[in-house]
Ligand binder design. Structure first.
Ligand code: WTA
Length: 649
């Protein structure tokens, strides 16, 4: 976060106390903060989910690995679907789905159960059993949630790869996890254009020889190449949808549920491990209290993509476990026009909306008139996630979308934490624009200074002090990296990689990443990942990447590139390299601009000084340059940066 943004946060003194009418009906009461963490999670574990065999021990913690609800057995699909049908809720809508072109589907819990059974039987036909790793590469259609639930029904761990990722990103993840089966779709709709998912999946499978079968869901109806013996159309498989044909596999509390790959500070994404019981209890409990969910009456919409952790926890597993009626939307907010989201809120009577600051800022830029054209009076609660929300966006959201009457919950968490950890509780917490306020009940957070001493009031590094149920169980296949990334900076604490301040009321203000991870439109991208994609191009000798502040996307990616030999930078080369990065990683990682330079600023030992490049990118006065091998280099770069063409991603 820029110094300017931080000082804006520190000056923020607006307060929004809970509305008494909201508080009277809220799921959370002030006493919730008095509860003992163990007692709280014990009760949540017993009440929030249904067990085949109850757990015998609440938790075990052998730093850095936690276990929760030890000794229990349960099934996630049973908890998210079957038990609701058994309880007579089969006719309740699970998802109001809206396709980008305007087609719609209403999926009740009874229909969802049949769909999940059908998909699970189809996966069985392709050889999926308990423990078979499955990759899922799809857009936002009901079959994506169905495929995830079908895996959990069978006890097969999944990894969902966001549909915007490249073939290389997909194959890298499939190889790392050892996936044997891939579920994808012909094409997805995005901003009025088809996205060729199956074609990209074909490219990825060529580099992931362990994938022996591919199940293809028909979405757009396009002709796509099918490889005989490997690829099967989902709609052509004749399999039963009778729940008794495919019972829910009893899983141990600590069995692997899924991997979610996320960027770290090296070029290789980390496979973040989540297991069964702690994750499910954690996401269901937080969803219940933070969104004040009333399953009989609420229409809940989390506008994230299921391909990210937010979608896993708060579109699929948390909401379905709580028998929620949700909205699921396939496309972008600007198709066919900037009012699309607000027409959806009006059409389905959405009561709870959960989105990211980058989306809010995009709507701000388009102007409040689009929201004003629609009746948004059904909304009663708003949420934000993914990056620090600037007070201006918070207030805009509260006024223009929430009509000034809805509590706003700014929720801090991570792929690794699985569930929301720092957040207001609506009806209880006095909110402050830009502050995620307090740790969730049963969660203990703190701020440490450089020396690892506790900061009671002021800034430092955010840490978590005891495990919570949904904490990651590690990085898949890389114990050393898990320990080094999260546990060694401050021994005994989980180090989140975020800066934070605590104010006089004990409220937390999140200040963004303190490592080499950028946050672009709420997506985590590592500087080194983009650098290695750039140097992968045959004409690039060296590259250094950093983030700079951007009014809409939070951060934007700036790359400094030295070309080989006598190559000169040009507008054409800029396009070539941007597209190369999109091809290697995905369009989200395209640099917003590239500065071509004959040399990068390095220390005498050859380390690139990214700090100086960040100063250049932010148009700040250059920091200390005395350790540079050649101090003239950075001035030359600053001159070039001032004259270089910028581009919208
Ligand atoms: C950032 C997304 C400030 C933070 C759920 C974290 C936030 C990273 C907030 C995790 C928030 C997320 N305020 N920063 N409310 N929420 N972040 O893994 O830097 O995609 O470390 O998980 O996003 O991103 P991830």
């Amino acid at each position: 976060m820029s110094d300017h943004a931080i000082s804006t946060l520190l000056d923020e003194d607006r307060r929004f106390p809970p509305d008494p009418a909201f508080a009277a009906q809220a799921n959370a009461k002030p006493e919730i903060y008095d509860r003992d963490p163990d007692e709280f999670w014990e009760a949540e574990g017993r009440e929030r989910v249904s067990w085949f065999e109850p757990f015998t021990t609440l938790s075990e913690w052998e730093l850095p690995y936690a276990k929760w609800y030890v000794g229990g057995t349960l099934n996630v699909a049973y908890n998210c679907v079957d038990r609701h049908v058994e309880a007579g809720l089969g006719d309740r809508v699970a998802y109001h789905w809206e396709g980008e072109p305007g087609d719609t589907r209403t999926v009740t819990y009874a229909a969802l159960q049949r769909d999940v059974v059908r998909m699970a039987n189809a996966l069985k036909e392709l050889g999926v059993r308990k423990g078979t790793p499955v990759a899922i590469y799809m857009g936002m259609i009901p079959e994506l949630a169905v495929a995830m639930l079908a895996c959990t029904r069978l006890g097969a761990p999944h990894t969902v790869v966001f549909g915007g990722f490249s073939a290389d990103s997909l194959s890298g993840r499939m190889v790392d996890m050892g996936c044997e089966v891939l579920v994808t779709q012909d094409e997805a709709w995005r901003r009025g254009k088809p996205v060729p998912l199956k074609e990209t999946a074909d490219e990825a499978m060529a580099d992931a020889p362990g994938v022996h079968s591919c199940l293809v869901v028909r979405r757009t109806g396009a002709e796509v190449p099918m490889t005989a013996g490997r690829d099967r159309w989902y709609h052509e498989l004749e399999v039963s949808d009778d729940p008794t044909s495919c019972p829910c596999e009893p899983m141990d509390s600590e069995d692997l549920l899924f991997l979610m790959y996320t960027s770290g500070t090296t070029a290789k994404p980390k496979g973040i491990v989540h297991t069964t019981a702690g994750y499910l209890v954690g996401v269901a409990a937080t969803h219940h209290y933070i969104f004040d969910l009333k399953p009989e009456t609420d229409v809940y919409w989390c506008a994230a993509d299921i391909g990210w952790i937010t979608g896993h926890s708060y579109i699929v597993y948390g909401p379905l476990c709580n028998a929620t009626t949700s909205v699921l939307y396939e496309g972008t907010p600007d198709f066919p026009d900037h009012a699309r989201w607000w027409s959806i809120v009006e059409r389905y009577g959405v009561t709870i909306l959960y989105t990211a600051p980058t989306a809010i800022r995009a709507h701000m830029k388009w102007g409040p008139e689009y929201a004003a054209k629609h009746d948004l009076s059904s909304l009663r609660l708003l949420g934000s996630v993914g990056e620090p929300i600037n007070p201006e966006a918070w207030i805009w959201y509260q006024q223009h979308i929430g009509g000034g009457r809805c509590p706003v919950v700014d929720t801090w968490w991570q792929t690794e934490t699985g569930m929301i950890l720092i957040t207001p509780l609506p009806g209880v917490t006095t909110t402050k624009p830009g502050s995620a306020t307090k740790p969730f009940p049963g969660v203990v957070a703190g701020v440490l200074n450089e020396q690892g001493e506790r900061v009671e009031q002021g800034g430092g590094y955010l840490v978590l002090e005891r495990p919570w149920p949904a904490i990651t169980r590690g990085i898949f296949g890389d114990d050393g990296r898990f320990r080094a990334t999260y546990w060694e900076r401050f021994p005994g604490f989980y180090f989140a990689g975020d800066g934070a301040r605590i104010d006089a009321d004990g409220d937390f203000w999140l200040l963004g990443r303190v490592d080499d991870v950028m946050n672009v439109s709420g997506h985590r991208i590592s500087t080194i990942e983009v650098e290695s994609a750039l140097v992968d191009h045959p004409k690039v000798a060296e590259a250094a990447v950093c983030g700079r502040s951007d009014a809409t996307t939070g951060q934007a990616i700036v790359a400094y590139v030295t070309l080989k030999g006598s190559e000169e930078g040009s507008v054409e080369m800029l396009d070539v390299l941007r597209n190369h990065v999109a091809h290697k990683i995905g369009a989200i990682a395209k640099p917003a601009n590239i500065v071509f330079t004959p040399e990068l600023p390095k220390t005498r030992s050859g380390k690139i000084m990214r700090r100086l490049l960040r100063d250049v990118a932010e148009h700040r006065a250059l920091g200390d340059t005395t350790t540079l091998a050649d101090p003239a280099v950075v001035n030359e770069i600053a001159d070039r940066a001032a004259g270089s063409p910028a581009d919208d991603a």
